[in-house]
Design a protein around this ligand. Sequence first.
Ligand SMILES: *Cc1c(COP(=O)(O)O)cnc(C)c1O
Length: 462
Amino acid sequence: MLYVSTRGQAPSLSFEQAMMTGLARDGGLYVPETVPVLTHAQIADMAGASYEETAFAVMRPFIGDAFTDAEFRALIAAAYRGFGHAARAPLVQLGPNHFLLELVHGPTLAFKDFAMQLIAQMFQASLARSGNRITIVGATSGDTGSAAIEAFRGLGNVDVFILYPHGRVSEVQRRQMTTPTEANVHALAMDGDFDDCQAALKDMFNDFAFRDEVALAGVNSINWGRVLAQVVYYFTSAVSLGAPHRRVSFTVPTGNFGDIFAGYIARRMGLPVEQLVIATNQNDILHRTLQTGQQKKSGVVPSISPSMDIQVSSNFERALFDAYGRDGAVVAAQMEELRSAGAFKISQGAYDWLKGQFASGRASEAETSGTIAAMRAATGELLCPHSAVAAKVASAHLGPVPMITLATAHPAKFPDAVEAATGIRPPLPARMADLFDRPERVTRVANDLGALKAIVRDRITT
Ligand SMILES: *Cc1c(COP(=O)(O)O)cnc(C)c1O
């Protein structure tokens, strides 16, 4: 199995190389050359299996010879051992034909743990074999950073630097990044918003001399390994509602398009997915793209669902690549237009394809709060604001096919928004109850590439 870049100019890589590289050297993102399709019988066999067994069955065809079957099973087992729920991703019913997929039981209480815990295991196994060391630099709107730090803290041969927008993450998110004491963890609070952090990260990757000097590796959702790990829970949840014999739909709270793209991969692998609904908050560039056929940046407006406060949705490029029949030159041209002019127009054919694959909706701030309150009243469930955005959008897409709404974070990660909506302040699970008492360690940095690179060079420990 080889991986190709969405811009068509970088060399094809193995799974292991694509995972260790992150961003392709032509600025594109790696995608599998072909998506393996599972048979009806293989999907039916997942009924009643553990999360780990299904994870093996779904991901094995993508990894080539990176790991033996026994090694891969061991890495999967280690990745999910620290989760606070035996089912890993349990499903709760919200109403007639509406279900909530709880992706909130990982060590940092957000769905990003599903991918980050697994790729940390895979990185470590790969580095142990090669004897190499790497520098991970990630940009975060809050949850990626905490998940990455939690997954990589204390691992050998790895330093992890996380850039987050100063003052724009929740206190729980910030503390999860600033309180780990391991020397290989470096939290950097940057002046600017998430898109600035992501742009600085891309600039570091595009500086090939620096990239090679510090052995830069990326764990943002552009990393194919992360997308792959997220495909699994589309299978576990759909099968528990009767797939492959019955169709299901999904609504996904979306920012960088990684999670919903994993749902699209699940569909390509043969999972009978009816609707894939993109749910955005007031930063609705993806919803507008689906409505107009034009992608147009506007400023980020901070919301109560900060992990989706994004205007440059990196993984959308992967969908665009398929929308254009895998023509990397067209994708490269459109991405250049977005960068230089802040907008691009999708061709009619590609737009029709996108509308055939995805539906979309948007929830305002008031609708998000209202949904947190209404869900609490109707079901007793407390939703985090991101999950509430999705539940609101899903409510407009309910029908005869069961709808699975993804809950992407625990309400205790965003207690202010939940308390404002319901009057209830959700407590942290007991295993992290002392988070507010631990000392913080963070470096404030300007939005300046030279300064950032100097800090990374200076702080590397291994
Ligand atoms: C990252 C994140 C999202 C958005 O996921 P993408 O893969 O970037 O679309 C949604 N909700 C929460 C809680 C997140 O942390």
